[in-house]
Design a protein around this ligand. Structure first.
Ligand code: PGA
Length: 253
């Protein structure tokens, strides 16, 4: 069985490299000796290098929050998979709802990014999830199905076992209102069913399914132990070292 995954998505925080280094150091010290959980820190691009240095020897892995699908060249403001590998990233978040909603990232772009990440040997974390409006219109299942199938279009093969899917209902992100266990369970079963339809059941089982959206120390245990998620994607609470440590520790209870 794979270890549960806890991913810290720092988004556009903290504001300085020094603060990112401090946060990394505190998390590293707090999680010293924890072996049964895989922990990933995803800082902003400017802090990747210092965070990597600070994590040396700790077992905590580095991830990025985005990449571009072209290998290199005239793409102002973008970052390639090779650049992320070179700075020491193992993981990359793809298709986060903030990128979809604020920056216009489409399912086609998400698909290209996923292909690029897998080809480069990175472990992508594909984010999917419905808006509040879609939830109210009873379209959650439709959105999950569409985002998953279009995101994974023409992707097959062994590299897929490196993929994780994060179910992140958009209304739960940063709202302080996490989705309920039943809702998450329903989403999980649907995602599993779609994956098993697309791939062999052995491959589908190896793809980890995470939950994200207002995860804190006090609700983390439930998502893993009673809902059976394979991990968590943590935004706001990951900027508070002691809260993030609490979340991680809750998973080994
Ligand atoms: P949150 O964010 O934990 O602050 O709700 C989760 C995410 O956006 O990945």
């Amino acid at each position: 069985m794979q270890k549960p995954l806890v991913v810290a998505n720092w988004k556009m925080n903290p504001l300085t490299i020094e603060a990112a280094q401090r946060l990394t150091k505190t998390v590293k010290i707090g999680l010293r000796g924890i072996k049964d959980i895989e922990v990933i820190l995803c800082p902003s691009f400017t802090s990747l290098s210092i965070v990597k240095k600070e994590l040396k020897g700790s077992g905590i892995k580095l991830g990025a929050q985005n990449l571009f699908w072209k290998e290199l060249g005239a793409y102002t403001g973008e970052i390639s998979a090779r650049m992320l590998k070179d700075v020491g990233c193992d993981y990359v978040i793809i298709g986060h709802s903030e990128r979809r909603q604020i920056l216009g990232e489409t399912n086609e772009m998400v698909n290209l990014k996923l292909k690029t990440a897998l080809k480069a040997g990175l472990k992508p974390i594909l984010c999917i999830g419905e808006t509040l409006e879609e939830r109210q219109e009873d379209k959650t299942q439709e959105v999950i199905t569409y985002e998953l199938i279009s995101g994974l279009k023409d992707i097959s093969g062994l590299t897929l076992t490196r993929l994780s899917i994060a179910y992140e209902p958009i209304w739960a992100i940063g709202s302080g209102e996490a989705a309920g266990p039943d809702e998450i369970m329903t989403a999980r079963l649907l995602i599993q069913k779609i994956l098993t339809g697309l791939y062999s059941s052995i491959t589908a089982q190896k793809i980890r399914i995470l939950y994200g959206g207002s995860v804190v120390g006090s609700n983390a245990y439930e998502f893993i132990k009673s809902v059976g998620m394979d991990g968590l994607l943590v935004g706001g609470a990951s900027l508070n070292a002691s809260e993030f440590i609490n979340i991680t520790e809750a998973l080994i209870k």
